[in-house]
Design a protein around this ligand. Structure first.
Ligand code: C2E
Ligand code: MG
Ligand code: MG
Length: 685
């Protein structure tokens, strides 16, 4: 049974693939209608047939026997059909079964039933009495009439069944020799025709109903699928909406976070958390707008730390950072929020709204005293100071940048005069600065305009009194005025002109030396500034000058001021070593004026120490001690000493007594141009 069902199912699924779903549905509906309504038909057939056989007496036992056989056949067919219908009801009805086999079985059963009826009516017509004949006709008409609707789903079946049941018997009646049944026969045919046409109409109606139902089913199915799809899409939409909402929230938070980070990055100094240049300028501009509107004054302070560079160089950047954070914290105590900014490095700026000069000075002094309190960082006690420049709005400038620049210039100028102090901007300073700027402009064209010359001052051997070296000293004649190198050299350094000017001096001095023909061989001493020394091109310039003039490197002394080593001892040391490798001699100029001791310079390979003239001209005990100690230490290091600023015979005698190896000063000769120097030399030696 299971196997059969399985086989059946398999056939069905195969067929399903071959046939259109709607035709299958029509067949299934047809089969459902036919078999589903057949039960009463079977029972009626069984009862009607049995009734006709047993109710009416047969004309002879042999007729009865024949009838009985036909009855047996009808019973067999009907019961088989009943069983088949039950099988259908139990196993197939309501399922998506393949309808053809059941339909074929049903059709065969029906054809057999109809044929047996036809056989019965024709075969036993002659034996029937009037009542039996009429009753048989009524039974057949009733059966056929009932079948008109029940079998209507299948045209062939309904046609065959009603024809088989009514036509043979009607014809028998029409053609009966006893004409009294003629009318009955005609009525039978009319009835058959009526059943036939109405069954056909009913069939049509059935088919269109089935079609509609199939269509409806299809639509329902499609609607179901679409509803499912819509549901699915809805679910997806809801899910992605949720996701979108979540990511929108994230995005908003991210945008906010980034905007804040960007703001911090562009407006805050990450180390001290103070406003940076950008941030401070914004605040200052806002405050200036208010001050302008209310016609109030305002003070801008430029604060530069004194001694911070040494802290950074000697104790490292980590300590340097700790110090800056601490200083920022202290300075904050004297200003309102956002009124203090970090301008860069060890420079801070502050704004004090509504302040007059006196309050600005008072705040600046308070800030200074805050800065000078010792700072403890990693077991180091650090004491700093600050130089502060003040510029007032509107007296000293209208814009934020002008005010900051003027406060900065004031601080810078004050730093040169007296570190660790407070100063207020004034117009004289500005004109001084403007003058400097003018000079700077002129200096740019000084070389090509032939305004620069090199003067020479001899350096005398203290024991032999002969000229051992000449120092090349630069002179600038600008509009008939000689401008001191102490004025224009720092300017040249600031404006980046020094490497070019220095190269010119070096070449000029070596060319002059190469032209001189003196009885003694003399060396030349050339001053080298920081900017020159740190310039990457310097060694190339040097090599070229030596090569083109054929001067032996040993004949060239390069003077480096002691303060240069405070800038970057390591880098300067490296550069000096490169010079020493070329066999050039190194002199430490203005020794004693910088903060370093001789021992600090121990690692620098130098040949001469030039003791600054302030120690020579200042004849105190203290100066003498310093000079003596310097000469002693120089001897220890194996280098020679040159005493600068010998102006008198006493100076000469004193320094010779103290043991200086060489002497230089107005007492022997002032710096002279090349021609004068040659005459001077020839006159004296
Ligand atoms: P410095 O190298 O110490 O030069 C010695 C300075 O002392 C010269 O001043 C010189 O004229 C002056 N001097 C010499 N003997 C005496 C004296 O007995 N008494 C007094 N009161 N002064 C004396 P100068 O020529 O005005 O130069 C000043 C500074 O300018 C130089 O000091 C040097 O540092 C710098 N300088 C001069 N020329 C150059 C140069 O070509 N390159 C660089 N980088 N710096 C230069
Ligand atoms: Mg010098
Ligand atoms: Mg000097």
């Amino acid at each position: 049974m299971n196997c059969a069902a399985f086989g059946h199912q398999k056939v069905y699924s195969l067929k399903v693939e071959q046939e259109s779903i709607s035709q299958l549905e029509i067949d299934r509906d047809t089969t459902d209608m036919l078999i589903g309504n057949s039960f009463i038909g079977f029972l009626m057939t069984i009862f009607a047939f049995s009734g006709l056989l047993f109710f009416f007496e047969s004309d002879s036992p042999s007729t009865f026997a024949q009838k009985f056989q036909v009855w047996m056949l009808m019973m067999a067919v009907s019961i088989t059909r009943l069983i088949d219908a039950i099988y259908w009801r139990v196993n197939l009805a309501g399922t998506a079964y393949y309808p053809r086999p059941a339909l074929i079985r049903f059709s065969i059963g029906l054809y057999l039933t109809a044929s047996i009826w036809a056989l019965y009516s024709v075969l036993f017509y002659p034996t029937m009495g009037t009542i039996e004949l009429a009753a048989t006709m009524v039974v057949l008409s009733a059966m056929s009439g009932g079948a008109g609707t029940v079998l209507a789903p299948n045209k062939n079946l309904v046609g065959f069944y009603s024809t088989a049941l009514l036509v043979p018997m009607s014809l028998c009646a029409i053609f009966d020799e006893n004409g009294s049944f003629f009318v009955l026969g005609i009525l039978g045919l009319i009835f058959w025709f009526g059943i036939f046409t109405s069954a056909f109409r009913y069939h049509k109606f059935f088919i269109s109903t089935v079609h509609l139902k199939a269509k409806n089913n299809k639509l329902m199915e499609q609607m179901k699928i679409e509803r499912n799809e819509t549901e699915k899409v809805n679910q997806l939409l809801i899910a992605s909406n949720k996701k979108l909402d979540a990511s929108n929230l994230n995005l908003e938070a991210e945008v906010e976070r980034r905007t804040a980070a960007l703001y911090r990055l562009s407006n805050k100094d990450p180390l001290t958390d103070l406003p940076n240049r950008n941030g401070f300028l914004k605040h200052l501009n806002n405050l200036l707008d208010t001050s302008r509107a209310l016609e109030n004054s305002l003070a801008v302070l430029f604060i530069d730390l004194d001694g911070f560079k040494q802290v950074n160089d000697s104790l490292g950047h980590k300590i340097g950072d700790i110090v800056l954070v601490e200083i920022a914290k202290r300075l904050r105590n004297y200003t309102e929020d956002n009124h203090l900014g970090r301008w860069g490095g060890d420079e801070f700026v502050a704004v004090i709204p509504y302040a007059n000069i006196d309050t600005a000075k008072a705040v600046a002094l308070a800030m200074r005293s805050g800065v000078t309190v010792p700072i403890i960082a990693d077991d180091n006690q650090i004491t700093l100071d600050a130089t502060i420049g003040i510029a007032m709005f509107p007296a000293h400038g209208e814009t934020a940048l002008d005010l900051i620049q003027h406060a900065d210039l004031t601080m810078y100028d004050q730093k040169r005069k007296q570190r660790g102090s407070v100063s207020v901007f004034n117009e004289a300073l500005l004109s001084e600065i403007k003058q400097e700027q003018k000079l700077c402009e002129r200096l740019r064209t000084a070389i090509e305009n032939g305004e620069l010359t090199v003067f020479y001052q001899p350096i005398i051997n203290a024991s032999t009194k002969s000229v051992s070296t000449v120092e090349a000293l630069l002179r600038w004649k600008c509009d008939d005025d000689y401008i001191s190198p102490t004025v224009f050299i720092p300017l040249a350094e600031k404006s980046g002109l020094m490497p070019e000017i220095g190269a010119w001096v070096l070449n000029r001095a070596l060319i002059d030396l190469s032209h001189w023909r003196f009885s003694n061989e003399i060396s030349i001493s050339v001053n080298v500034s920081v900017a020159q020394l740190l310039d990457d091109n310097f060694s190339k310039v040097l090599d070229h000058a030596l090569k083109s003039t054929q001067i032996a490197p040993e004949q060239l002394h390069l003077e480096i001021t002691e303060s240069v080593f405070a800038i970057d001892k390591k880098l300067v040391g490296k550069r000096v070593s490169e010079l020493v490798e070329r066999k050039v001699k190194i002199s430490i100029d203005d020794f004693g004026t910088g903060y370093s001791s001789l021992s600090r310079l121990q690692s620098i390979p130098f040949d001469f120490i030039k003791i600054d003239r302030s120690f020579i001209q200042n004849t105190t005990e203290e100066s003498d001690t310093i000079v003596r100690a310097t000469i002693l230490m120089a001897k220890e290091f194996g280098c020679k000493t040159i005493a600068e600023g010998i102006e008198t015979a006493e100076h000469e005698a004193h320094l010779a007594m103290l043991g200086a190896d060489y002497l230089q000063g107005f007492y022997f000769a002032k710096p002279m141009n090349a021609n004068h120097f040659i005459s001077w030399y020839n006159e004296n030696y």
